[in-house]
Design a protein around this ligand. Structure first.
Ligand SMILES: [Zn+2]
Length: 409
């Protein structure tokens, strides 16, 4: 009996295995690749109906209930021509101690056949579950890149810096290192003795690449040779740019905090902790050097992405607040006049303590302001954002700064 049963069972087992393999082979998804620069950590599972559920991984703030997920960037390997429905999960962020869903009806995404040219797509917001759903078609190559926003990686920045570093009007100054020892730099465009100085920081929050595209557009425009406008801008001002504050987070595809759980746009009301937050400590050391050598920035812009795109005018208890607000209102008017910015400033009750904007104003008397860029819609262009639109904004900002300082000279 044993001799008879064994081959039968064996054949049966093989048949079951073959059937199982066929079922698996019928699933068009081969793999989700998150092995590359700026890809987001995630978990995924194919549900019974074939939908691919993608669980984003939160990053957490130290000594705080705050947590954030909202960056996604991955590559799908699947059968060419197949349609895949993706369900993105885990947007239940905690922001400033309050629950805050990191997606909405307005949230868009981006897809690319090659990881460099991106096209926006709509998503379906599933309100009750706090999830996003969208369907993609896999290109003939069998690979499709998917991201929240057109990615800007450290390699993109390095390529730009290599291109411009030798220009006589460019100085790249190393100012320190991130937690994971990536070099941090300030890029000066223009002459050190220019009558006005502007500081701009981008990418304190890794999911927000808009500021990187803006400063690239600005740098390229200011360095255009044989351009009369560019030459006259640099007679009036020079810019000091910290192009990528949270490099570790960008490299690792994180959403908001540095790798030790510090928010680089918080705690500016006190000196930065050089162990937990070397990115801010390095910047503060640089700023102190500027102040001590009589080179106080006349204006500081901190660039971010969110879902409303406003100029954030925080109102600390400060004796100089009124004069500051007059200048910031003028800046806002010039933004509307000379760029596609139409989103306006926050209302008069707005206050967000500890941001670079408020901290630099309170502690150093610098006209500093947070400038958000709407991640889903550009009102002034009636268009979804793109890397090109943000580069153009950087170009337009050159004109804004020129007019801003012309009025105060
Ligand atoms: Zn931000």
């Amino acid at each position: 009996m044993r001799h008879l049963a064994s081959p039968v069972l064996h054949a049966l087992a093989i048949a079951i295995l073959m059937l199982a393999n066929q079922v698996l082979a019928a699933d068009p998804l081969h793999f989700i690749d998150t092995s590359f620069e700026n890809a987001s950590p995630l978990d995924w599972e194919v549900l019974a109906d074939g939908t691919v559920r993608i669980d984003l991984i939160y990053d957490h703030e130290r000594d705080s209930p705050n947590r954030a997920a909202g960056h996604w960037h991955f590559r799908i390997d699947a059968e060419p021509g197949s349609e895949l429905t993706l369900l993105l999960n885990h947007f239940s962020n905690v922001w400033n101690g309050r629950s805050a869903l990191a997606c909405s009806d307005a949230t868009i995404g981006f897809i690319s056949p090659n990881g460099s040219q991106w096209q926006s797509i709509e998503t379906e917001f599933i309100k009750d579950a706090g999830q996003l759903r969208f369907t993609v078609t896999v290109p003939p190559s069998g690979s499709l890149w998917v991201a929240r926003l057109p990615p800007y990686r450290i390699s993109d920045l390095n390529r730009l810096l290599a291109e411009i570093a030798e220009h006589p009007l460019v100085e790249v100054t190393p100012i320190g290192e991130t937690v994971q020892q990536r070099p941090l730099e300030i890029v000066r465009i223009g002459r050190e003795d220019a009558p006005n100085r502007v500081f701009i920081r981008a990418r304190a929050h890794p999911w927000e690449p808009g500021g990187n595209w803006v400063v690239e557009g600005m740098m390229r425009h200011l360095l255009k040779t044989h351009d009369e406008d560019s030459a006259s801008y640099l007679d009036r001002y020079c810019v000091y740019i910290m192009p990528m504050a949270n490099k570790d987070g960008v490299a690792m595809g994180r959403t908001r905090f540095n790798v030790l759980g510090k928010d680089l746009n918080r705690d500016w009301n006190a000196p930065a902790d050089e162990n937990l937050c070397p990115e801010n400590a390095a910047l503060e050391l640089w700023l102190t050097g500027m102040l001590n050598s009589g080179r106080r920035p006349h204006l500081a812009l901190e660039l971010h992405n969110d879902e409303s795109g406003k100029l954030h005018l925080s109102r600390p208890d400060d004796t100089q607040l009124e004069a500051y607000l007059v200048r910031m209102n003028r800046l806002e008017s010039l933004l509307v006049e000379k760029t596609w910015f139409r989103e306006g400033a926050t209302d008069p009750t707005f206050r967000n303590s500890g941001t670079l904007g408020e901290g630099w104003l309170s502690r150093f008397g610098i006209d500093a302001v947070i400038h958000e860029l709407n991640a889903n819609w550009i009102e002034g262009l009636q268009s979804r954002p793109s890397a090109e639109h943000w580069m153009i904004y950087g170009q337009q900002l050159c004109d804004v700064l020129d007019a801003y300082f012309k009025a105060t000279d």
